[in-house]
Ligand binder design. Structure first.
Ligand code: T1G
Length: 685
């Protein structure tokens, strides 16, 4: 990490260098301060600030945020640049984000390459800008435009930035334009601190508060960013800068910023483990078996990644249905402007629909997304083995079934791996890569390579019922049904979990996916269920009543005319009946108790999953719960949140509940191990 300087005529060119995206760490700030200390320089009429490689600067180095703010601090460097007698010009390339954008705002003049990305995404890390963006941007582009960018961390391209007045021009060679900018233009370019305060725009302020309340509920930084921007019309810049800096420093050490930083780095660490050195199978031609919702979504994700796809079905009718399902997604993407007509044609040209597995003879990977039945999967794998090359990798998208049993269908089970996508498969980022007992490194490497090609978040999972995510989900629902049975209602449970930060509660979510899926799994588990484990029969009764969720117009809620959800007293009465039959005296749980039980149930199960080696780390569980199941990102994922509660507190609460039902609530051995070793869940594995 360093600052390179060179003279070019009357210009001193200052280049920030910290591959790959020039994150601004202490050494970079010190280098910039040294340049400032060296000014004025004889014969130098301007400083041209630019970035090495593909970026101008991606912002402050977020890795430094866990420690104390180190001098020189970026806001001081930015203020000095703005006040420098030798004017600074920003020659912007690639990305100028966060502190990178703030350095550009400190310059008198800003010129960017076409397509450059500019923005202030600090709220995505749970903080507000800390080096002047909330004070300078409204003065430069107006309060309304600033409110549209900073509180939601919106990034824009250079072309829009020029229209807004955030930059002064666009050029393929911003450095040269800056070096040769005429003195007159430079003279006219005032530092932003000399610009007048922005006009107050009450409507824009109210709209901004409404946007952050709707899009980023429960999060502190977005709301504070609106307040800091709104106040720029009422107070001097120095006061605003001080308030912004203090807010940044306070938020930076808060739970939400720690959680969002954890997720930022966890997401980027989600890649093939170092020990996996085997080369993957080629991924140019991929077969997908099953053209239902999942199969069509997977096929479309592959088309988006430029792959050639053979979508296999059982018969002609299935082939027609498969094509219709893929076309639905293409149409939706066209309507939303995600692809052009040419893009749609390109995708159509790269997919073949067939009931003849021979069409997939050149495929080196097949992804089975057929009906969740072991017999069906065995039949499909036998046909794939017969039709595809011996070295082709065979993957199953199964959500629950035993991958080892599926792998036993083929003579070489080492070529079988699980690739568990989440619906909608072309949108959800999580991909569980399920490692069977026989899965070869080549099979796993192919899973990771596919995850990278599809820009997914890959997480390695061992074989068990539900792998990582669905196993945790099963406990979440069991705890919900138990609370419902013993004293609550689906709507109280849902409300409690939405207040926790989920976009929707477990009952509304199950109405979306259909109650029959979990019902089928419960029937599959009947033979092996622990007879000592309490069984809640309400969901079975719902299925017997034909209340399967949205798809039948009624589930836990009613959806009259397919519209918004309505509480259904018949559903609430089921609990009263079942509790009566079971001789239960119902309890009136409050929202805190509901949240506590449901989250603890998930934490305890996740600890067993870690303890059994089904998940490799607490961080992987965080990725699964956030990217697959809607756990609030600003809480850092299930295990990061558990560590914020503290293992000792979790064990104490579980022991309390275990007095009520030891089978369900006895603390996982992993929690005891953490206590014995004095380590957190993030550290124990
Ligand atoms: N700090 C530290 N490391 C960073 C980083 C950052 N700000 N940005 C990226 N990296 C690392 C990342 O972890 C990865 O590392 C590598 O760079 C490539 O990143 C004072 C306080 C710029 C759009 O929020 O959005 O400024 O995995 O895989 O897909 O007011 O990185 O290779 O070891 O994401 O091409 C505000 C965060 C900071 C921007 C590039 N800035 N970065 O995406 O590559 S707070 C941000 C991004 C701040 C000021 C405040 C993206 C990118 P590794 P990558 P990419």
């Amino acid at each position: 990490m360093k600052v390179n300087t060179r003279r070019e005529g009357a210009a001193l060119i200052v280049e920030m260098e910290n591959a790959p995206v020039n994150a601004i760490g202490q050494a970079m700030r010190a280098g910039l301060a040294e340049v400032l200390d060296s000014l004025p320089i004889n014969g130098v009429t301007r400083v041209v600030l630019t970035g090495a490689g593909k970026a101008f600067a991606a912002g402050a180095d977020a890795r430094e945020f866990d420690g104390p703010a180190l001098d020189p601090q970026l806001n001081d460097v930015v203020n000095r640049i703005e006040r420098s007698e030798t004017p600074w010009i920003a020659a912007i390339n690639g990305v100028a984000l966060g502190g990178g954008g703030e350095l550009a705002l400190a310059c008198r003049y800003r010129i960017a390459r076409p397509g450059t990305v500019l923005g202030f995404p600090e709220v995505n890390l749970g903080i507000v800008p800390g080096s002047g963006a909330t004070q300078r941007l409204p003065r430069l582009i107006g309060m309304k435009a600033a409110l549209a960018l900073i509180p939601t961390g919106q990034a824009i391209k250079a072309e829009e930035a020029e229209t807004l007045g955030l930059i002064d021009g666009i050029s393929d060679d911003p450095v040269q334009v800056a070096v040769h900018l005429d003195e007159g233009s430079l003279e006219l370019a005032n530092p932003i601190c000399d610009l007048p305060r922005p006009e107050r725009e009450d409507d824009a302020i109210a709209a901004a508060f409404a946007v952050v309340a709707k899009k980023l509920p429960n999060q502190i930084a977005p709301h504070r960013a609106v307040e800091l921007i709104a106040a720029t019309s009422e107070r001097p810049m120095a006061e605003g800068l001080a308030d912004e800096r203090q807010t940044f420093l306070d938020l930076r050490v808060g739970d939400q910023a720690r959680a969002l930083r954890h997720m930022f780095f966890a997401e980027r660490a989600a890649k093939a483990p170092d020990w996996l050195t085997e080369a993957p199978a080629p991924l140019d031609q991929i077969a997908v078996v099953g053209g239902g919702t999942m199969g069509a979504g997977i096929a479309y994700a592959l088309l988006n990644a430029g792959k050639r796809v053979v979508l296999l079905e059982t018969d002609a009718a299935g082939v027609v249905r498969a094509q219709e399902n893929v076309e639905k997604i293409i149409d939706a993407s066209l309507k939303r402007g995600l692809i052009s007509e040419a893009g749609a044609e390109d995708r159509r040209a790269r997919i073949t629909y067939s009931a003849d597995y021979g069409e997939a003879a050149a495929c080196t990977l097949a992804i089975e997304a057929a009906f969740e039945s072991m017999d069906v999967k065995r039949e499909v794998f036998a046909k794939l083995e017969a039709a595809l090359p011996a070295e082709a990798i065979l993957a199953s998208n199964t959500s629950y079934l035993d991958l080892d049993e599926i792998a036993a269908t083929v003579s070489d089970p080492s070529r079988v791996v699980g690739l568990h996508f989440f619906a909608p498969a072309h949108i959800m980022k999580l991909l569980e890569i399920v490692r069977g007992a026989a899965s070869s490194d080549r099979a796993l490497a192919t899973g990771y390579a596919l995850g990278k090609a599809l820009r997914k978040i890959p997480v390695l999972a061992g074989v068990c019922d539900g792998f990582i995510g669905n196993r945790i989900l099963a406990r979440y629902r069991e705890a919900a049904d138990t609370v419902f049975m013993d004293g609550s209602t689906p709507w109280e449970v849902d409300e409690a979990m939405v207040d926790f930060g989920y976009a929707m509660g477990p009952y509304e979510a199950q109405d979306l996916s259909g109650l029959d899926i979990a019902h089928a799994n419960r029937r599959r588990q009947d033979a092996t269920r622990d007879p000592n484990r309490r069984y809640i029969p309400i969901a079975d009764r719902m299925v017997e009543l034909g209340k399967l969720g949205r798809k039948t117009g009624a589930g836990w809620y009613r959806y009259p005319g397919g519209n918004g959800k309505v509480e259904d007293p018949i559903v609430a009465d089921l609990a009263l009946e079942e509790a009566h039959f079971a001789g239960i005296t119902r309890t009136d749980y409050g929202a805190d108790e509901i949240r506590g039980r449901l989250v603890l149930a998930m934490i305890n199960e996740a600890c067993d999953i870690l303890n059994e080696g089904i998940a490799a780390s607490a961080r992987d569980v965080d990725l699964v719960t956030v990217f697959g199941y809607g756990f609030p990102r600003w809480r850092g994922g299930l295990m990061h949140y558990a560590d914020s509660l503290g293992v000792a507190n979790i064990v104490a609460k579980l022991e309390e509940l275990a007095a009520e039902d030891p089978v369900v609530w006895t603390p996982s051995p992993l929690l005891r191990e953490c206590l014995d070793k004095g380590v957190t869940l993030a550290e124990v594995r």
